[in-house]
Write a protein that binds this ligand. Structure first.
Ligand SMILES: C[S@@+](CC[C@H](N)C(=O)[O-])C[C@H]1O[C@@H](n2cnc3c(N)ncnc32)[C@H](O)[C@@H]1O
Length: 273
């Protein structure tokens, strides 16, 4: 659709990286002329393809000393743009495979003068695994991930132990992972796998869901869920000081510099990631 280098590539990682079970379904949605125009104008500056072939330097992308939060699955990007406007000192690396949403978010960023958003095109797993260095992220947001309600599709759900193990290696110690969903069984699964994971601890002393933090705007999918009478759950967990899960092997910390053990004491209140 776009000449090479001038817009998001249709399948940026190609078949180079085997991606077993994907958490998204390729959608053939129409790109409006406004979105296409934004992609042509703004992609070369603010967009990046997840080709899995290089390591990103977040200081290069956002400027040194800028905390960076990864948002996986921004959809049409309205909530992303609101969060970027409310917190201009934080960079948002926003990833999705959805071309109309990428165009929409670029348009919103452009119209509102938001220079703290970068739009990544492709599979967030490849981004995390192949392109982000250890302990580079100050936060991770996953808002209303596809719920995959059918039992035979549960394996496609993003929030699984293996995903958390990978994410933990890319998050800085103490960084927050913030998930939200309106799909009750998925909320229960998220709470279960996050609670069981050795690299995360709940910010809630009662070990349950978190009250919705003021920094999370209403998202498009959330609105649709609320219209159907769904109850929304937020989950706010903090990455522990060291990673303990198998395979992550302390990649985020030089040898011999183990941090304190997972705290059993009360947690400080979460701030916006
Ligand atoms: C249900 S939508 C929610 C969108 C938005 N967060 C909201 O609440 O309106 C989930 C989004 O996640 C994206 N997605 C799912 N898995 C992904 C992955 N592995 N990498 C990038 N995007 C993904 C989908 O393309 C979709 O746009």
């Amino acid at each position: 659709m776009f000449p090479e280098g001038t817009g998001p590539a249709p399948d940026p990682a190609g078949s180079h990286f085997e991606r077993r079970i994907r958490s998204f379904q390729p959608r053939r949605s129409r790109v409006t002329s406004g979105q296409a125009d934004a992609l042509k104008r703004l992609w070369p500056t603010w967009g990046l393809d997840i080709d899995g072939q290089r390591t990103l330097d977040l200081a290069d992308l956002f400027g040194s000393d800028c905390p960076v939060v990864l948002e996986i699955g921004f959809g049409m990007g309205e909530a992303t743009a609101q969060m970027a406007a409310a917190d201009p000192g934080t960079g948002i690396l926003a990833v999705d495979v959805h071309t109309p949403g990428q165009g929409n978010l670029l348009n919103l960023a452009d119209r509102n003068g938001l220079s703290n958003i970068r739009v990544a095109n492709g599979d967030a797993i490849i981004l995390l695994r192949e392109m982000l260095p250890p302990a580079c992220l100050d936060g991770l947001r996953v808002y209303f991930p596809d719920p995959w309600p059918k039992k035979r599709h549960h394996k496609r759900r993003l929030i699984q132990p293996e995903f958390l193990t990978l994410a933990a290696t890319r998050l800085k110690p103490g960084a927050l992972i913030h998930c939200a969903t309106d799909w009750e069984p998925y909320a229960e699964q998220m709470l279960e796998v996050l609670t069981a994971h050795p690299d995360f601890e709940n910010t809630q002393e009662d070990g349950g869901y978190a009250p919705r933090p003021a920094f999370r705007p209403l998202t498009r999918f959330e609105g649709q869920g609320l219209d159907k009478g769904h109850v929304v759950h937020d989950l706010l967990f903090r990455r522990t000081e060291t990673t303990k899960s198998a395979g992550s092997g302390g990649t985020d910390r030089p040898e011999g510099q183990a941090g304190p053990a997972k705290s059993a004491g009360p947690n400080p209140p979460p701030r916006a990631l």
